[in-house]
Design a protein around this ligand. Structure first.
Ligand code: ATP
Length: 232
């Protein structure tokens, strides 16, 4: 078996000593999209923060690329572990071109031009004037400029119409398919997430209540609803 890009074992993490996620196991393989589902407050963002090394687990282990996370976030990011926060992390006063230039790590990376051709016509526009969907495209394009091997994507769809999300998700899928990037995708739109994911984990009150291939979850919406609402 090849080493997973990301491996969480028995992770309990939270804030001020109070767990928001409990005893979570998670594996992410190369080229895999893992949807992390669950209602508000279920612990999805906390899971991403622990996986990215932003918060240290109270218990359990996090490994990326076969090694424990480095204490310094920058080192993990340089190894290719990239968090795309739900605040989108774009600078509103700067243009699209300037935002991309800031994110680039040497060389010229053209991947985003292939995946988000719509950005090409917006290079000189200030980001504050972009639509929500365009800002999210830019946030992903910025993450790509960091040459990710693992992308931890937090609620891309926040504030976006489902149609805008639908336009973004294929780009996530093709990152995994074409470049072998592993993606953990936190998403409120369950059907959209399951339509592009390989596997999914449903969280409820910080615990994994269901995990399995996305196709299985798509086929058993009843089980998903029970896991989601904690009635399983
Ligand atoms: P949402 O979909 O609303 O973003 P989520 O599944 O991402 O929810 P988390 O943001 O991980 O959930 O939150 C899990 C729990 O941890 C919640 O009870 C939340 O109130 C709590 N929490 C989140 N951030 C903090 C923080 N900085 N300090 C204290 N508690 C927090």
């Amino acid at each position: 078996m090849t080493t997973p890009l990301l491996r969480l074992r028995g992770v309990t993490a939270g804030y001020a000593g109070i767990p928001a996620v409990r005893d979570l196991d998670l594996d992410l393989a190369e080229g895999e999209v893992l949807a992390l589902l669950g209602p508000n407050g279920a612990g999805k963002t906390t899971t991403l923060l622990a996986a990215a090394g932003v918060i240290r687990p109270m218990r359990g282990t996090v490994e990326a690329f076969g090694r424990p996370l480095h204490r310094r976030l920058e080192r993990n990011a340089r190894a290719g572990l990239i968090l795309v926060p739900d605040t989108r992390g774009v600078f509103h006063g700067l243009t699209v071109r300037e935002n991309l230039a800031l994110a680039r790590r040497g060389g010229r990376d053209r991947t985003h031009e292939e995946l988000f051709p719509a950005l090409a016509g917006l290079m000189s526009r200030r980001c504050g004037l972009l639509s929500g969907g365009e800002q999210q495209m830019l946030a992903l394009a910025k993450a790509l400029a960091g040459r990710p091997r693992v992308l931890l994507v937090d609620e891309m769809s926040m504030g976006l119409a489902p149609v805008a999300v639908q336009a973004l998700l294929p780009a996530v899928r093709s990152l995994a398919d074409r470049f072998g990037v592993g993606v953990v995708l936190v998403e409120q739109h369950i059907d959209l997430a399951l339509s592009i994911a390989d596997r999914a984990i449903v969280l409820h009150h910080g615990r994994a209540t269901l995990a399995g291939p996305a196709a299985d979850l798509r086929a058993d919406r009843h089980a998903v609803a029970e896991a989601y609402f904690g009635t399983a």
